[in-house]
Design a protein around this ligand. Sequence first.
Ligand code: VG1
Ligand code: CO
Length: 544
Amino acid sequence: MEVRVISTTPFDDQKPGTSGLRKKVATFQQPHYLENFVQAIFDTQTALTGGTLVLGGDGRFYNRTAIQIILRMAAANGVARVLVGQGGILSTPAASCIIRKYQTQGGIILSASHNPGGPDEDFGIKFNIDAGGPAPESVTNALYARTQRIDRYRIVDADPIDLDQIGESRLGELVVQVIDAVADYADLMASLFDFDAIRQLFNAGRFRMRFDAMHAVTGPYAVEILEHRLGAESGTVINGVPLEDFGGGHPDPNLVHAHALVELTSGAQGLDFGAASDGDGDRNMVLGRDFFVTPSDSLAVLAANAPLTPGYKNGISGIARSMPTSQAADRVAEALGVECFETPTGWKFFGNLLDAGRITLCGEESFGTGSDHVREKDGLWAVLFWLNLLAVKRQSVADIVRAHWRRFGRNYYTRHDYEGIDSAAAEGLVNHLHILLPSLPGQQLGDFKVAFADDFAYTDPIDGSVAAHQGIRIGFENGARIVLRLSGTGTQGATLRLYIEQYEADSARHDRPVQEALAPLILIARELAQIEARTGRTQPDVIT
Ligand code: VG1
Ligand code: CO
């Protein structure tokens, strides 16, 4: 099979963001665009030559096309074997699981996660290293540097591989192995959680739940695990068929985009449990009847109750949370006497801590929770963890969380997103805050006295690498915080994220509406950052 060497020129916008390279589909459809980035992976990740690559995506528009191109390039670049998910499907956590289980040299995941899909929407590509996690910054920097100098890529001519039949075929020397996308992942889940207890919970007949796959990648995983292996009634998984455009929705499991599920859990007839996952299956939203569990609280609750599950019965070694995530988990770590780490936004910063055994659980406020079982956040894992707790504790979701607050106090928490704002205005806002930062400590803002104000920088405790400019933190003497940062996953304009947190020890004050409880801090943040004046926005687009 003849290898063609195609001349190309660099694109200047192939710097990976928080989680891979995300662009409009039309950008990826430009001649050489995808090919340049993929060749940069092969040029820099030399272990792939003669090695095994895992390949799959969230099923969005352009997934199958991209997979065929990558297979032909893998053949031309001397990869020995590619494990590709059936139908081109692999959820992000399943890809991580497969990379680890079969000790491959890495994986390529095609996804723009919770961003909408379709010909006019978003596509994305991400490289995961042999440990199973997102490439660390040293790797993404090398990748980016390569894209800036690339002048040729290698590809073979071949007919498309049948992605729908499990089995092996060849592209020249390359063995393409189409694998069951679900089985390995489902087996891993069965090894971590008490499936018998969860089965009994479902069998008892009183417990009612729905899992909303949002027409994204988790449909087949949730049907296999919840309905087939755990015996939940058929129909428990809703929107379970992955569609190229996710049915036109945002596959983003939050109170806004998973509104239908929120409705199902509302009122006296509401479900006992509602859960949802995102485009690529790494996020989770957990709801009880008339009750939303913030992702920050979820991490803290799972950490506090981990020994109730078989997979974590010996306890946890430590916890990490991303910087904007609430400090609820810190209190649990303190009570357990284990280490707690504050990392920059993005799962890649958890990898070293997990590999070193310093942490067992980790999470982000953005509906991401996970553990050392893989090296990605994991939506269904979090749902199964909650089901395991519900099955063992025989309490409602709300009762479990309220009991947690009584023991540890409540970290009121909210995130406000201002989406698609002018990029220059967003940068101006951040620069303005930078100038303000040194003058803030010691200042009294309303009822709050500033204890510290900085631009968060993180030194990885394992390899000493430094990540600077990871977001503005303003901390107050009572532990409250205001955090601001710009999104690194968007494809249009800028998105400003404002994170607000305030601790409340008094359980008599744990039932206030969140936005009301945080209103004074929200006002302070808006004024400090001059949000309205600089962006023209009086209200955020999404509040979670
Ligand atoms: C967002 C979240 C971040 C998450 C990232 C990838 O990034 O805030 O916590 O790790 O998305 O998640 P940003 O830079 O837009 O704030 V996923 O499910 O989109 O891979
Ligand atoms: Co995702």
